[in-house]
Each structure stands twice: as C-alpha cells, then as structure tokens.
Design a protein around this ligand. Sequence first.
Ligand SMILES: [Zn+2]
Length: 162
Amino acid sequence: MGCPIEDDEGEELILAYGARTLAPEQQIELEQHLETCESCREKAEAQRAVWSALDEWVPTVVSPNFDERLFRRIASEEQSAWWQRLFSVNWSWRPAVPVAMACAAVIAAFLLKSPALRTEPQSEAQPKLQIEQVEHALDDMDMLKQLGVESALDKAHPSEKI
Ligand SMILES: [Zn+2]
C-alpha cells in the first residue's frame, strides 16, 4: 500500500480509521503502513485522540425542572410582542445548533462502533423504554415545531398574530 496521504482518499481512510469504521483488512493494511510512515501515524493518532475524547464525553444532565422552566419561558415569550419574540427565539436557539450537531456525531459514532446493538434481539424492557423515549421526543419536536412555525409566520406576516 502506498502512502494514503498522497492520494485523495487518504484523509477519508484515516478518518475512518479513527472512527474504527474501516473494514478489517483495510485496517490491517493501514496499521502496517502506520508502522513505517510517521506522517500518517501522526494523523491517525490525532484522529484516535478526537474519538477517545468523544468516548469520554458525558452529556450534562438536564436539570429536573427543565421542562417547567422551558414552558414558563415559552408562555412569557408568547405574551411579549412579536418582534421581541422573534429576536429572542432566534437568538436563544442559535447556540443549540452546534450542540445538536455534536450530539448527532456522538450518536453516529456510537451506532457505527456498536453494530451488535442493532442486530441483537431486544430484551423485554427495551421496547417500552423506546416507546417512551419516542413519545418524549415527539412531544419535544412538536413544541419546537410550534416555535418554528410561529417565528416563520411572524417573519412572513408581522402584523398577523396567531
Ligand atoms: Zn503514509
């Protein structure tokens, strides 16, 4: 195998190596190359460091009264003028985007690294838990959708209140 850094797929190969998503034979091939190539080894080690940092990352626990505070906040924003609401909604949700992306990356990493989880027969307790999680997620999505629709409507027709 030639040095992967020198061809276009090299970056991808090393990224996949860091994420442990390489096919076993590709991984063996790359590992053999890493023993002889310092620049590839450095890149691969950097990738591994990123992924092990992600492994150690534990999401912050949401405070127990998060829902209550969120609903109170929504209620107070509904009472404020449309332009205040528009401003504060846009402003307050913007930081959530990178957080959501980070969460998605962690979930993706988890799924990619644990293919066994998807194929294993599920225990009896799991479906109930999943249904609850889905219901909760749907509730949250509903709420976010309402917020989004409201602010979109406000943009389109500032004078029309819902
Ligand atoms: Zn190399």
